[in-house]
Design a protein around this ligand. Structure first.
Ligand code: AMP
Length: 113
């Protein structure tokens, strides 16, 4: 746990979130500012700053994020969805605890702006 990290605090239960899935090492919760009818985040409870900071020992955890995100998408009624990781401020990252956005429930344009 990183002491000043918003998502570590959500993972620890110190800040409330609308949880969709939780187990020992992972959490999915609704984004507070949804950009699509279904928009939630999947985070590992372990503090990893961003995709660039993923180490070899985290590979299974990262694969699990994709499986859990896709599974929770299905449980929330969407079969077509986008999985997004932002790495760094210029890419749109605002919270520096790795998270995967899951977006769906409307038609999504490509490429992103
Ligand atoms: P990013 O811009 O990729 O770093 O994404 C961070 C996301 O976290 C944004 O979509 C925010 O709306 C979302 N967010 C920030 N604070 C909270 C919170 N307390 N609960 C849920 N989502 C949050």
């Amino acid at each position: 746990m990183s002491s000043n990290c918003l998502f570590c605090k959500i993972a620890a239960g110190d800040i409330p979130a609308e949880k969709l899935y939780e187990d020992d090492d992972m959490l999915a919760f609704r984004d507070i500012a949804p950009q699509a009818p279904v928009h939630f985040l999947v985070i590992p409870k372990k503090h990893i700053q961003d995709p660039a900071a993923i180490s070899a020992e985290d590979e299974a955890l990262m694969g699990k994020m994709m499986r859990v995100g896709s599974q929770v998408a299905g449980e929330n009624g969407i079969t077509d969805f986008r999985l997004v990781f932002n790495n760094g401020a210029d890419a749109g990252q605002t919270v520096f605890h790795i998270h995967m956005h899951v977006l769906g429930g409307r038609s999504l344009s490509w490429p992103p702006g």
